[in-house]
Design a binder for this molecule. Structure first.
Ligand code: G4P
Ligand code: NA
Ligand code: NA
Length: 193
């Protein structure tokens, strides 16, 4: 997605060896115009796939996921990282290890929101080591739902996530793919969409 790549070149900053900071348009401040375009690109790709729900993990996955769900005119569900007092229904859970934070967190979705007849598009802002996506896939399979694809805004192709997700047989579509960082500059690989 050309507009996204241009925006990363313009406003993204490289932190250390492996982190891209995009807090001015995606992960903290949000650019609705760019998000609307992201929603439309994924919606066009999956227009004929019979998607019934979009699923992500809070927090920053919620932003692109909501725009994709809006564009497909289906509900969006975000897996929650903390259990709260209102979550009295049966929960489907997965343990997700974060290589960045070095902690395992349990993410959960109420079973009542997922049906065996659901065909789900998973959306996330970043694909790094793939643990978040794999956790969501586990939850969705436990619900008996079908996972039609994983849509990623920014994939760091030099990390393990894409390979791990593709091993499940679920196709991955990334709007921007980063091959690596070179002297503080982003080196892009060819994107999927
Ligand atoms: P994984 O899910 O692919 O295994 O990712 P990992 O544990 O390595 O990353 C943990 C968190 O850091 C995730 O957000 C992920 O979206 C984010 N992240 C990974 N790489 C980058 C990067 O290069 N830049 C930015 N800005 N974020 C990155 P999270 O823990 O779910 O937190 P949040 O959504 O609440 O912020
Ligand atoms: Na994040
Ligand atoms: Na995320």
């Amino acid at each position: 997605m050309e507009e996204l790549v241009a925006r990363i070149k313009q406003d993204g900053t490289v932190l250390g060896d492996d982190i891209l900071k995009v807090d001015s348009f995606l992960t903290h401040q949000v650019d609705p115009k760019l998000m609307r375009q992201i929603g439309r690109v994924f919606a066009a790709k999956f227009a004929d796939a019979g998607i019934t729900k979009v699923v992500t993990i809070e927090a920053s996955g919620n932003v692109p996921a909501a725009y994709v769900a809006e564009a497909l005119d289906v509900p969006m569900i975000f897996a929650k990282k903390a259990k709260n007092v209102t979550m009295t229904d049966e929960l489907l859970t997965a343990d997700v290890y974060s290589f960045t934070k070095k902690i395992t967190s349990t993410v959960q979705i109420s079973r009542k929101f997922l049906l065996e007849t659901d065909k789900v598009l998973v959306i996330d802002d970043f694909l790094a080591n793939g643990q978040a996506a794999l956790g969501l896939i586990k939850i969705l399979h436990e619900a008996g739902a079908q996972v039609a694809g994983i849509g990623i805004v920014i994939e760091k192709s030099f990390q393990t996530g894409r390979g791990l997700v593709e091993e499940t047989g679920i196709p991955v579509f990334s709007l921007a793919r980063i091959a690596g960082f070179d002297a503080g500059e982003v080196v892009f690989a060819e994107a999927d969409l």
